[in-house]
Structures are given as structure tokens and as C-alpha cells.
Write a protein that binds this ligand. Sequence first.
Ligand code: DAO
Ligand code: DAO
Ligand code: DAO
Length: 205
Amino acid sequence: AAPGSVEPRTGVTFPTEASAGRSLLGVGLRKTSVLGLKSIDVYAFGVYADGTDLKQQLMEKYRKFSTSELKENAELTNDVLEQDIQMTVKLQIVYGRLSIRSVRSAFEKSVGTRLQKFGGQDTKDLLQSFVALFKDEYKLPKGSEIELSRESNHVLKISIGGEEVGSIQSKLLCRSILDLYIGEDPFDKNAKDNVQENIASILHS
Ligand code: DAO
Ligand code: DAO
Ligand code: DAO
């Protein structure tokens, strides 16, 4: 098999490198619960970052800390979210009956909460106009691959099945999306911890 990391609960493998030489830092699972009862595995994900950007933006500030101090350092994650560091989150859908309607409402909830938290109330209309672009006729069957990437200068790029479907320059939106995976209340705590550990070791390499 090609080198990579397997997300253990779904068996999805993520390659150790994403496009443009970004390295895999952690893998995880995005779940949801229906009616607060049944838990559904929705997608597996892999978080990648450009090692050179990490060093350039963060080394100066964090070199004085040991690796174990860095693993616990909340400010480090905050800086990763804020700075102009190229990152990619690859998603692979594992839920077989995902409707665009539920993608829309999940997005409103997950990303919407973050937009409000970091940007304030006036992001609401923008969010509405964005989710309106998720048309009902789109399909995201099991196995679909989505890439969310932050390009330099805070450009968010979204690709589905290797095809770019949109991009927008917004520091707030980039931050809000990455926060789902490595922020304060992440989808998968274990994935977040692995990402932070790997960032710590990159900063000491
Ligand atoms: O079908 O009732 C249901 C549950 C569906 C849950 C959907 C969660 C969607 C998560 C966002 C996926 C983004 C690609
Ligand atoms: O898991 O709650 C979440 C948010 C995931 C962000 C996924 C964005 C996907 C946009 C593609 C929609 C295409 C119809
Ligand atoms: O950063 O200036 C800003 C405000 C951006 C708000 C983003 C709202 C989200 C909807 C647009 C997403 C399009 C991909």
C-alpha cells in the first residue's frame, strides 16, 4: 500500500503528503448525532500543513519552549489558526446517505458558530448566501473526496473530487473552517492533539 496514515475507525488512508508538499499532521473522524441518540460517522479527515511556513511564521516565537511544553500550548494553536500558513484538510465521506440539505444545515451550525465567534453577528447573511450555493442536485456519495485548503494570503479553496469548485479570500472564513479541526472544541480531540504534537516536532527539527 502507498505510505500514509489510516484513520482507525473508518479504515480511510490519507497520504503522508498533500499537494504542494504539505505534510500530514493528524487524522480524525467527524461524527454527528441524530436526535441526540444515534451517532453517525460522516467523514474521515486528514490535516496537513506546509512545514516551511510553520517554521517561518512560528519558530522565532516558540523555539524557547520544549516539545512537551509546545504540546500543551494553546497559544500555539491559536497562532496556527491566525497566521498565513498554507494548510489542507482532506475529507473522505464515509456516510452513505448524505444529502446536500444536511450538509447545508451542518455547515450553518459548525462554520456558522465559528464565524459568529470570531467575526460577529454581521456574518450571518454572508453565510446564508454561501450555503445557498450548495445546490440540491450536487451529490456527495460515500467515498467522495473534498479538499479544503488555505492558500497563501488567506485564500480558502474548495475542491471536490480533485476539481476546484470555488475560492474566496477571507481570513475569517479560513480561520473558522480550520477551527473545526484544531480549535478549542474540535470534532476529534485525538486528531487535534496529534496535529499539535507534530507541529511541535516540526518546530524542533
Ligand atoms: O441523514 O439525518 C441524517 C444525518 C446526516 C448528518 C449530516 C452531517 C453533515 C456533515 C457535513 C458534511 C460536510 C461535507
Ligand atoms: O463538517 O461541519 C462540517 C463542515 C465541513 C465543511 C465542508 C464544506 C464542504 C462544502 C462542499 C459542499 C458541496 C455541495
Ligand atoms: O473576512 O471579510 C471577511 C468576511 C468573510 C465572511 C465569510 C462568510 C462566509 C460565506 C462566504 C463563503 C464563500 C466560500
